[in-house]
Design a binder for this molecule. Sequence first.
Ligand code: NAG
Length: 210
Amino acid sequence: MAAHGFPLTALFLLCFLGFSHGHIHLSSIPRTLEVTASPKSGQVLKAGVDKISVSWVLNGAAKVGSDLAYKSVKVKLCYAPVSQVDRAWRKTEDDLAKDKTCQFQIVEKPYNPSNKTVQKAEWTVKRDTPTATFFVRAYAFNSAGDEVAYGQTTDEKKGTNLFQVEAISGRHASLDIASACFSAFSVLSLTGFFIAGKRKAKKAAAAEGH
Ligand SMILES: *[C@@H]1O[C@H](CO)[C@@H](O)[C@H](O)[C@H]1NC(C)=O
């Protein structure tokens, strides 16, 4: 019996290590990326229409060489706390494998530690983005695919510099159709009036000429 004691412990240890591997916690990685996004605080963007420009660079205060392990950067659109209330499917978890804060990828780019130029990307807000309040966060990944650093456009409490996205709703779609029909009708009727008016003028001119 005692002989089985050690392998069992080893097995438990292996399981523990196995489960804990790859479970990176946001609180355990440094905020070394300086991230900016074009939307102004409180701005409302239309899904499927408006664009977001994002940029990221290693923070000037970060230790020299702290980005040597960075291989890629993923920039994401993330729910602000106000849009997470009572919505378990958007819940923030410190364990990034379970975190549902940042569900919309803006861009993924390779990271070159020897290039200290500000990196930029532009993205049109996806049509399926729901109406909510957001901020932008970037994660740096190492060659193993683990998050090793991050940066975001808001403060630690995710309360400042937030913007909104307005979804394309069914109501908006039907309004769009209604206004398109209305414009088509007005163009037609204007053309009709124009032609009728021209004819009348011609007739009048002809009558005067004779
Ligand atoms: C550094 O990054 C900038 C911006 O993405 C890019 O235009 C430039 O070509 C890069 N330079 C090098 C040496 O990779």
